[in-house]
Design a protein around this ligand. Structure first.
Ligand code: HQG
Length: 181
């Protein structure tokens, strides 16, 4: 991402996932905000953009983080929320045999003690793509990829969701379902 697009994307993530109230932006329970209200909210943070620029960020997002409604009026982040305003109703999906979670080496002892916890976000994020998991872990330091025995968890009654951008979501993963790879 170029510097400017990256900055816009981060501001959109901040408002659409985490702190809409910081600029008085309304999100509904499925995470939708009016696009015109988002632009006003971004402006309050000193980030000036128009519809076309936001649409370019949405379409250009490598991880497909955002979505615009068919009528072009609304925009949302599809996952990654910490805002209490959002309680998305994701479809429940049967997971593949294994899913992956990238984390930092320094978190591993704690994770094998307590399991994977959602922290500030609503869910633990998992992926089918080991490379992507590695990159996610690198954001916090030296990266470690954990393998989650997702099929076994599913058989044991755990509920998995999958967001529109194929990020897998689960409330937590107990340590007995984790391996370090
Ligand atoms: C760690 C990106 C200690 C966990 C990515 C992670 C993702 C524990 C951190 C999305 C723990 C939370 C989310 C425990 C979990 N003890 N540490 N018991 N349980 N952790 O950012 O998964 O670019 O909330 O391993 O692609 O890193 O933003 O979660 O390191 O899908 O669109 O606590 O963010 O997407 O960090 O990243 P985060 P995450 P975007």
């Amino acid at each position: 991402m170029t510097g400017e697009v990256d900055r816009l994307s981060k501001t959109m993530s901040f408002l659409l996932r985490h702190k809409p109230e910081s600029v008085g932006l309304h999100l509904d329970s499925e995470g939708w905000a009016r696009l015109d209200s988002l632009l006003i909210g971004m402006q309050k943070l000193g980030v000036v953009a128009d519809d076309e620029v936001v649409k370019r960020v949405v379409l250009g997002s490598d991880k497909r983080r955002f979505e615009i409604s068919e009528d072009g009026v609304y925009v949302r982040a599809v996952q990654g929320h910490s805002s209490k305003l959002v309680t998305r109703d994701y479809p429940v999906v049967q997971p593949p045999c294994y899913l992956y979670h990238g984390t930092a080496y320094r978190f591993v002892d704690s994770i094998f003690k307590e399991g994977l916890q959602a922290g500030a976000r609503h869910y633990v994020h998992l992926t089918e793509n080991k490379g992507l998991a590695f990159d996610v872990g690198q954001r916090y330091g030296s990266s470690v990829v954990l393998r989650v025995k997702s099929h076994e968890m599913f058989l044991d009654g755990f509920v998995f969701f999958r967001a529109e951008n194929n990020v897998w979501l689960i409330s937590s993963v107990p340590p007995e379902y984790l391996d370090k790879i």
